[in-house]
Design a binder for this molecule. Structure first.
Ligand SMILES: Nc1nc2c(ncn2[C@@H]2O[C@H](COP(=O)(O)OP(=O)(O)OP(=O)(O)O)[C@@H](O)[C@H]2O)c(=O)[nH]1
Ligand SMILES: [Mg+2]
Length: 444
């Protein structure tokens, strides 16, 4: 995205569709001039007040009655002059209002461009911009709490703490470069070594928290698989508490895969029911089974169901994603082949369902304690940089132990601190910013 920050940008900032109120937001050097021309008022009259007036198009026809107020640079979200025109909701009305300011020289904003300007003007670091996205897209209470925590700076503070600690070690090592006659190795050997180990561990904790962070912020998917008639659809209904999937005594009831959303322990979960597996000549059923298998391939967790009447498939092809379930235990039959590790469940009595929910969350990487949501990375970008900082601290520590020259250790340490700074969004290239902000909606 090539952005000219001299432009004044505009967008509808509220959700599309019907609503009581909708907002057109402007940001840039001409925001106040354009808004005032739209309202037919002087620029000085939009200072520290809320004005009510008619927005008019370039032919001076009335478009909508709005409330308008300005936030002057740098005291605004973007750090530029910002004006909000609060009109009536509704896509057509807001589209007409937006056209009024575009006719007067505003450019329609790119996705995330307001936030990108806020980052460029030092109003927000990249971690908080990413958290802002997560707040808007939170699919559960816990996702929202995690995102709000990071927006407030939880993750940013932890990264800065690691960075400053690393800079302290670097200063010590660079001192040894400047004054090589000091015997650094004996004076601070323990301290430097301990610090490098702690820094490595801090970054490793961040990187490893990603599975949990991603599961909390993006939610998880779990698919039910197994032979026909073992009770997959019944389990799905029992797990979500509604009769969502058709259940019947005849094998082959479920033909298409289907998805149901639920929230377990504050985590957004999408459950997928699939067509039962069996050898069949029916091309429609074959296709249904194949489509289910495709969907299962990308699920975070695979619930392998068996009612004791089929040979056990232990889900080996699903690796660590698999959880084994023995269904219909209320019938009391025990098959000689039953798997002792399988969770015993009954859709009829509800037995084992809580245990199954807990197991699914834990396989998806959700840590049990809420407190584990302190300083959690939630995006692949953050995870990759935390892992790369961890590796750089690891390398620095290995060089240190091998008593390599301070200059060599300093290079590795500088690389680690730069990586942590990049995690916060310092000196990241346009390509990274393009990727982050492309996911945003227009108007944010
Ligand atoms: N006693 C008992 N019967 C069950 C239980 N769960 C399912 N059933 C019965 O088993 C039969 C098949 O259940 P479904 O849930 O349709 O099984 P499915 O695995 O989805 O079957 P397909 O969609 O055909 O692959 C139905 O007659 C259900 O009433 C259970 O927990 N206890
Ligand atoms: Mg079914």
């Amino acid at each position: 995205m090539l952005v000219d920050e001299g432009d004044t940008i505009a967008a509808i900032a509220t959700a599309a569709g019907v609503g009581g109120v909708g907002i057109v937001r402007l940001s840039g050097p001409r925001a106040i001039a354009i808004a005032c021309a739209t309202l037919g008022i002087s620029e000085a009259s939009l200072d520290r007040t809320i004005r009510v007036g008619w927005a008019r198009d370039s032919q001076f026809r009335r478009v909508d009655q709005v409330l308008a107020f300005a936030m002057r640079a740098p005291a605004s979200f973007t750090g530029e002059d910002v004006v909000e025109l609060q009109g009536h909701g509704g896509s057509h009305n807001l589209g007409s209002l937006l056209a009024c300011v575009v006719e007067r020289g505003a450019r329609i904003a790119e996705p995330g461009e307001f936030t990108r300007r806020a980052v460029a003007n030092g109003k927000l670091d990249l971690l908080r911009a990413e958290a802002l996205y997560a707040v808007i897209h939170a699919g559960s209470e816990r996702a929202l709490r995690l995102a709000q925590g990071n927006l407030e700076g939880t993750l940013g503070r932890e990264v800065i703490r690691l960075e400053q600690r690393a800079l302290g070690v670097l200063a010590e090592i660079e001192g040894a470069i400047d004054f090589p006659e000091d015997d650094l190795q004996t004076r601070t050997a323990d301290w430097v070594g301990d610090e490098l180990v702690a820094l490595r561990a801090g970054c490793a904790t961040l990187a490893e928290g990603f599975r949990h962070g991603r599961a909390v912020s993006a939610g998880i998917t779990a698919a039910l698989v197994g032979p026909v008639n073992v009770g997959k659809s019944s389990l799905l209904n029992a797990l979500v508490g509604t009769e969502r999937a058709l259940v019947a005594a005849a094998p082959g009831t479920t033909r298409d895969w289907l998805e149901v959303s639920a929230v377990w322990d504050g985590i957004a979960v999408v459950l997928i029911d699939t067509a039962g597996e069996r050898a069949t000549d029916d091309p429609v059923e074959q296709r249904g089974i194949a489509l289910g298998a495709e969907r299962v391939a990308t699920a975070d967790v695979v619930i392998v169901v068996n009612d004791g009447e089929h040979p056990w498939d232990r889900g080996i092809r699903y690796g660590t994603r698999a959880v084994l379930v023995r269904s219909k235990v209320d019938r009391g039959t025990v098959a000689p082949d039953d798997d002792a590790t399988a969770i015993a469940t009954s859709a009829l009595t509800g037995q084992g369902l809580d245990e199954l929910r807990r197991k699914v969350l834990s396989i998806a990487g959700v840590a049990e304690r809420e407190g584990s949501e302190h300083a959690i990375v939630t995006t692949a970008r953050q995870q990759a940089l935390a892992a790369s900082a961890r590796d750089a601290f690891d390398a620095a520590h290995a060089l240190w132990r091998a008593r390599r020259p301070s200059e060599v250790i300093a290079i590795e340490l500088r690389h680690a601190t730069q990586t942590l700074a990049q995690l916060r969004g310092i000196e990241v290239g346009d390509r990274v910013l393009d990727e982050v902000f492309a996911r945003f909606c227009i108007g944010k």
